[in-house]
Design a protein around this ligand. Sequence first.
Ligand code: GDP
Length: 191
Amino acid sequence: MEIKRADFVKSAVYSKDYPEKTKIELAFVGKSNVGKSSLINSLTNRRKLAKTSKTPGRTQLINFFLINNEFHFVDLPGYGFAKIAKVIKDTWGKIIEDYLTSERNKLVFVLLDIRRTLSEEDANLLRWLEHYDIDYKIIFTKTDKLSNNERFRQLKKIREKMEFSNEDVFFYSSVTREGRDKLLEFIESIK
Ligand code: GDP
């Protein structure tokens, strides 16, 4: 499939402000700087649909986009800014958690930087999704930054910390667009 239309619907913090539950939702979540905005922009062929979130401390919102008039992309706030007050971290965590536990027809894409090992927050999020039995898939981002050998070694290391089957992971580069067709094919199959 191709994404022909991508329209901003609304931003929300609290569940009362989410759009009506009429559409399937594909949510994207990950540590800040993992490449989430770049991925959403590259998937939708839009340069600035999802805004990069470089400024810790700025209010974090959930952004909903209508894709091809059919389903929603949900851009969740990035977590894990190192230098931020705990109280703000907790608030963001709550915003993400509220969305993830809300009863909506959704699938969650957890983004992980292929070059990094799992952070504590990544691991917690994954454990937590398992615990609540929430459907999710992993997307390894920035694959262009590693050679094939390095990728292989890195995946081996990640597998020591986390189990996953090959059907549950995608690879993506917003620079080379590796993995874009596969991810769009998958989205087509579930929406
Ligand atoms: P976000 O905070 O998760 O939304 O991350 P961004 O999309 O803003 O990306 C963070 C940084 O990583 C930016 O400097 C991007 O240019 C860079 N980046 C994002 N995706 C890729 C990718 O696939 N490959 C490479 N080489 N850099 C990327």
